[in-house]
Design a binder for this molecule. Sequence first.
Ligand code: PMP
Length: 406
Amino acid sequence: GLNRTRDAALRARAEKVVPSGMWGHLHAAKLPGGYPQFFHRGEGGVLWDVDGNRYVDFMCSWGPNLLGHHHPEVEEAAERQRRDGDCMNGPAEVMVELAELVVDMVGHADWTQFQKNGTDATTTCVTLARAATSRRKILVAKGAYHGAVPWCSPSLLGVTAEDRAHLVYFTFNDVESLEAAAKMAGDDVAGILVSAFRHDLGFDQELPTAEFARAARRICDDKGAALIIDEVRAGFRLNAAGSWESLGVRPDLSAWSKAIANGYALAAVTGADWLRTAAAQVFVTGSFWAGAVAMAAAVATLKIVRRDDVPSRLAQCGLMLREGLETRSRQFGVSIRQSGPAQMPALLFDDDPDYRKGFVFCNSMLERGVYFHPKHNMFLCAAHTEADIAAALDAAEHAFSVVAAL
Ligand code: PMP
């Protein structure tokens, strides 16, 4: 096994002063036993934990690491802004430059506003849709993740029925269920909130069908409601202009975060003109929402995304990984399912109801210096090299042999 001395000591100290040592989705208890909780350093597509173990990282900070840790152009832009000021009495000049860039890049965007976390952005979208329509109901896909506050948290602990009173549920990619939800909400539909693609924890991922996307658009048009795409996870990895651009369906609002500033804390809402007045009137704000360093990082990040066609690069690397995993799993007679876009792959095992095979596989990968996730979609970053993919596939060859022997 890997050395875990320092990680264990930090966990013991954290246990005393942080409830259960860590909160939420980054709690190492949600991963197989061998995984580290604490990290020391990142460089490109590689992470080192506090005990000095090195991993080729396919979680990419759960999305934010798009171009690689310490990308020189992003760091230089952030550093330049840091020398001038970050948190001031109002935004820096860079906010306008960033807003112009976002409106220019995102297909449906006539305007944008900035926040910090993805939850800020999805919550703002819901508030705006309600403000603009004077209606209450938001149609959401069952099991979709949109953030960690009472209206959308995956846990019901501390949540009241009233917090969810005006959500109506449908099944992703199921047009009939979407129509039924719209019918149930009647003339009280403020919006449809839907992820760029279906990326629910522990399930096979699904890209939206054109039929489903068009139905969502049509229902919103018929009802005068807002189509809201949650781009927080997929944003800038599939298509920098918007994940549904290739389907020919444009939303009225989109929520962005994670990758937008390559690891700096920033979120954005983009919107169509008819929501501009509502966006100007609702009260949404936060002490750090105008932080200039993250905005400078975002300008640098988005320029690189556009210049280097980052989504295509990620897709290329992701396909190499996917094909390699497929070949090696067959070699050992292990039957796997890879789903979702190549830039954000998910790997699940057949006949694995409790994810035991996934846990054994991922632990074995980890031992050989590759950080995979057994249940969640993973992420490629532009700093991953062919050598990184080759290293992952070498590790996978052994890991499949371990699973085959179970
Ligand atoms: N929506 C989606 C699709 C997400 O993946 C996430 C984060 N995992 C969020 C919203 C919430 O973002 P944050 O954690 O930054 O609040």
